[in-house]
Ligand binder design. Structure first.
Ligand SMILES: *Cc1c(COP(=O)(O)O)cnc(C)c1O
Length: 331
């Protein structure tokens, strides 16, 4: 099977901002775009993106999960990066029309169609290191994806890093390319040195998130995760899992979590930890690496609450349980 996100539908939806208005969205080949080598994005990282999914239900219908949330976040990212504003209704229609165009290609569960809206500054102006791009491009790419857990439900190893940070704190809630570039070197070092899968960034001892997923600690019937602030990415999956946890009668604590408290709780039997994000929904964390010590989370295996929460969310996405919160949009 090909790696997640490496297969694309042959066409994408695209629109260009000329400094005044967005062009009428077009359907074009997805194999290339033409950019001036001086384009703002290539020098000053004026770019943001989104990641969401469309699902095939047994009755043949196709549903997109929480598109309103992703569009709101996309619009906020654009504003915070001083990119031209997007019209959420127009981008939503680009997404739904494109998914409808490729409806036959949407994989059945456990697969789905991953949707990647992207926005970036195109102005050819290398003198604008400290000024925004007046022109931009926006496109929507589709990538059919298979079962994220096809290789088994392996538990992740996280390096707990209380020294560095993922990105500049004022950029944390922007889904922007530069933030991933910023996190890459620490992640590569953690892989090489500790065979870690991911780095859990905990600047100043404050447990935040990994390079591309939110972190949840599940201790008995309590779920603990950092309260929203501008320093980290506000995941739609995080919000969905917390909502479902509340529905199940769990106690949801959105608050600061220190590395000390994390390590103390994680070592207890029955404790679980997981990463949340659109790609994997909830991926179990089995080991925390801190200093030169390794701490098993609970028994170091996949926890039953993690599995239950993931299954509950999957069931809604796959049309096997009632969509009580109105999270699905028909195309
Ligand atoms: C995309 C992302 C997440 C998860 O967000 P979802 O909306 O749940 O997919 C978390 N952290 C970072 C840094 C991300 O880029």
């Amino acid at each position: 099977m090909s790696a997640f996100g490496s297969v694309f539908m042959p066409e994408m939806a695209i629109t260009w901002f000329d400094g005044t208005a967005w062009s009428t969205p077009d359907l074009v080949s997805s194999d290339s775009i033409q950019l001036h080598p001086g384009a703002h994005v290539l020098h000053y990282s004026s770019t943001c993106f989104e990641g969401l999914k469309a699902f095939r239900h047994d009755d043949g219908t196709i549903k997109i999960f929480r598109i309103d949330r992703n569009m709101a976040r996309f619009s906020q990212s654009a504003q915070l990066l001083a990119l031209p504003e997007i019209d959420q209704a127009v981008t939503t229609k680009m997404v739904t029309d494109l998914v409808a165009h490729f409806a036959d290609e949407v994989p059945a569960p456990p697969g789905s169609m991953y949707i990647r809206p992207t926005l970036f500054g195109t102005e050819p102006a290398i003198g604008k290191a400290a000024a925004p791009s007046t022109t931009a491009c926006q496109y929507v790419l589709l990538s059919p994806v298979g079962d994220y857990f096809a290789g088994g439900d392996a538990c992740l190893r996280l390096l707990v890093d209380d020294q560095g940070m993922r990105c500049a704190p004022h950029n944390g809630m922007i889904k922007s390319g530069g933030n991933y570039a910023s996190a890459l070197r620490p992640i590569m070092e953690a892989k090489a040195k500790y065979k870690a899968d991911q780095v859990l960034f905990c600047p100043g001892g404050d447990v935040q998130e990994t390079g591309a997923a939110n972190f949840l600690l599940i201790d008995g019937d309590e779920i603990i995760t950092k309260a929203l602030d501008e320093s980290f990415l506000h995941g739609v999956t995080r919000d969905s899992i917390l909502t479902l946890a509340r529905d199940m009668g769990m106690k949801v604590s959105e608050r600061q979590l220190s590395v000390d408290e994390l390590l103390e709780r994680a070592a207890k039997p029955g404790c679980e930890a997981a990463l949340s994000g659109t790609a994997a929904v909830l991926a179990p964390v089995g080991t925390l690496i801190y200093g030169d010590k390794e701490i098993s989370v609970g028994n170091g295996k996949v926890g039953e609450t993690t599995v239950k929460l993931r299954q509950t969310l999957n069931d809604i996405q796959w049309g096997k349980a009632e969509d009580r919160h109105g999270w699905l949009t028909s195309i």
